[in-house]
Design a binder for this molecule. Structure first.
Ligand code: F6R
Length: 626
């Protein structure tokens, strides 16, 4: 979603801000803007569309020179993506100075605050909730930006990550957060603030994060203010709460490699992340499989192992792709650990007054660890007495910090908006978790060993499926003109069908539905006409014959069958128009391989239709609003 980059330090800021904004482009946005302080005046540029449009605009205006600036990519929530609604937003102080603000999140009481500020003479020029924040800081400004921000935030309800500056204090950046992520990079003579580590790592790996309701004041300026052009710089920061109580934040090392967030030889991040799945899986599984002892090692869960064994029920929750991984987790936990489990959309769970029985454990599944609905559902369940576990990729994210324990995916940063390697990582971790509990309850060593063997081979299995990319592309080419597709599967492969359909629609804009193969007869079969592509996940297993019957039903109505089938299965050849092969693995592990061809189907369809795969329309990478 929206992205923030801000900088104060000894370098010229505009190129750094543009570079940072470009690193955040993957999060999804529809307009962008930046502000700097030059000759004690705030200069602002805003544009709809891409960051490059903003860059050209600034260049046409003769470039912006400064050592302090704030910048933003906006994903519209309140008001359409117009220039007027793009950030930064400003407010005028009583002393005639200008405050500029960039903001991620939502100010919930903006209507009341707008009324209050309008009565005090502030004139609003946008339809955003953010402008109220700029005007409120300006209203409360009495010569100290940090104090004004603290006072303003005490009046605000909602979520925010903000960076604020004032032309009266040209060496000071103030930032704060509640709910939305924000990270502060500590350079030698500078500070860089961003909503995402990818915009920080090129500058420094030394970072601090803020907790909710905390504020950081970052100052950087020449030691000798009389010769600002040269000489050494002095930097200083302090962190407080919005009630102005001093807090200490540890400086941490950011574990992120620049290479991981660059395209390298690939045309798109999505393809890079699909193709690198053998490696990301290796990282996800590293150290977690102990063949000698025939056990799963999940260090993060050790302190809670007794609670896990006593668990009466698991509630898995997430949104989108993470929800689909959670659905597979539900099957895994019931099947391998024999503990009742259900997976629910976080957005539904939190508002339906859920009953949480004693011994319930909620598992939040999330790549970003910042999804607002998932976070809210976890908080709701915790409040009602559940223990909370996180299955999260982003280290240090809000969900990972608010849970009692968890298992990181360790698949590396996911930049592609369409989630691929994170899904496989989530399912792999949930498989490990089910085995971890199952082994302690009743699973025999022999059964556990079979799974562990196949899990160890998983990176190779996935690599083999990926070799079919050209074959998959050729198949997609034959059907890509069709506007409606169906994805069908049973058992473990039913959530895979949901995921295949989601991937296709979100980047190729083809309408696709996923459902249990048996459900088709209860209505959706009416959709099938001559040539409609129907993707069956038809791997060998307990429901294989039933899937074949469903395939026959579709064929009889002229549908084109695209089958994901097990290597060596010759029977399927009679029924399918195209076949993508996956290795023979235990049924509970099939999603880990059967989803791979579907990721490639979606990728190739989007490219063949000429879409910008890494910037799908209307989508944001991390949905931090409800
Ligand atoms: C789809 C996709 C989304 C996310 C969902 C949850 O490709 O990426 O559906 O899965 O927004 O995001 P996280 O996993 O960050 O909680």
């Amino acid at each position: 979603m929206c992205g923030i980059v801000a900088y104060v330090g000894n370098k010229n800021v505009a190129p750094l801000l543009f570079e940072g904004l470009k690193r955040l482009e993957y999060r999804g946005y529809d307009s962008a803007g930046l502000a700097i302080v030059s000759e004690e005046k705030i200069k602002i540029a805003r544009a709809t569309g891409r960051v490059s449009v903003l860059e050209s605009k600034v260049a046409a205006a003769g470039g912006f020179e400064s050592h302090i600036g704030i910048a933003h990519t906006r994903w519209a929530t309140h008001g359409p993506p117009t220039e007027a609604n793009a950030h930064p937003h400003t407010g005028k102080t009583k002393s005639g100075h200008t405050i500029a603000v960039v903001h991620n999140g939502i100010i919930e009481n903006y209507v009341t605050l707008t009324k209050y500020l309008t009565e005090r003479g502030h004139v609003f020029t946008s339809q955003t909730d953010t402008e109220v924040l700029a005007k409120l800081v300006a209203e409360l400004y009495e010569g100290d930006l940090e104090k004004a921000v603290q006072s303003a935030l005490r009046e605000v309800t909602g979520a925010y990550a903000i960076a604020v500056m004032c032309d009266k204090e040209p060496h000071t950046l103030v930032c704060a957060r509640k709910g939305s992520p924000l990270i502060i990079g500590i350079g030698e003579d500078s500070y860089v603030v961003a909503s995402d580590p990818s915009a920080v790592v090129a500058h420094t790996t030394q970072v601090i994060t803020l907790d909710d309701y905390q504020v950081a004041r970052l100052c950087a300026g020449p030691k000798d203010r009389k010769s600002p052009g040269g000489g050494p710089w002095a930097v200083e920061f302090r962190t407080t709460t919005i009630d102005n109580v001093r807090v200490t934040r540890e400086v941490e090392e950011l574990e992120l490699d620049l290479q991981q967030i660059e395209l390298g030889k690939y045309p798109h991040f999505m393809l890079k992340e699909i193709m690198e799945q053998p490696e990301s899986l290796r990282n996800c599984l590293r150290g977690r499989i102990d063949q000698r002892e025939c056990r799963v090692v999940l260090g993060g869960l050790t302190p809670l192992v007794r609670d896990l064994m006593r668990a009466k029920r698991f509630i898995l929750t997430g949104q989108g792709t993470a929800f689909h991984a959670g659905r597979i987790g539900e099957y895994l936990l019931e099947d391998l650990a024999k503990i009742p489990a259900r997976c629910e959309y976080a957005s539904e769970f939190r508002y339906r007054n859920p009953i949480i029985e004693e011994g319930s454990i909620i598992i939040g599944v999330s790549q970003s660890g910042e999804t607002a609905d998932t976070l809210a559902a976890m908080r709701e369940a915790k409040e009602r007495g559940a223990m909370a576990l996180g299955v999260v990729n982003a280290v240090g994210s809000t969900i990972s910090r608010e849970t009692d324990a968890g298992v990181y995916l360790h698949v590396g940063p996911e930049i592609g908006v369409a989630s691929t390697k994170a899904f496989v990582g989530q399912v792999a971790v949930l498989t490990l978790l089910a085995l971890y509990i199952g082994k302690r309850r009743f699973l025999s060593d022999e059964t556990v060993r079979t799974y562990l063997n196949d899990l160890e081979k998983l990176p190779e299995h996935v690599a083999k499926v990926l070799e079919q990319s050209d074959h998959i592309r050729a198949c997609v080419e034959r059907h890509v003109h069709r506007d409606n597709w169906l994805f069908l599967g049973r058992g473990y492969n039913y959530p895979v069908a949901l995921e295949g359909a989601l991937k296709l629609k979100e980047i190729s804009y083809i309408h696709a539905e996923g459902m249990p193969a048996a459900e088709m007869k209860h209505g959706p079969i009416a959709l099938i006409d001559e040539g409609m592509p129907v993707v069956f996940i038809a791997t060998q297993g307990s429901q294989y014959d039933k899937v074949i019957s469903n395939i026959e039903e579709v064929r009889a109505r002229g549908g084109k069958i695209i089958a994901v089938a097990t290597e060596g299965d010759t029977r399927i050849e009679k029924y399918a128009d195209s076949i993508f092969r996956v290795p023979n693995v235990p049924e509970a592990m099939q999603p880990l391989v059967s989803v791979i061809p579907l990721q490639l189907v979606a990728y190739h369809a989007a490219v063949l239709r000429g879409h910008d795969v890494d910037k799908p329309r209307n989508l944001a990478k991390s949905v931090t609003v409800e």
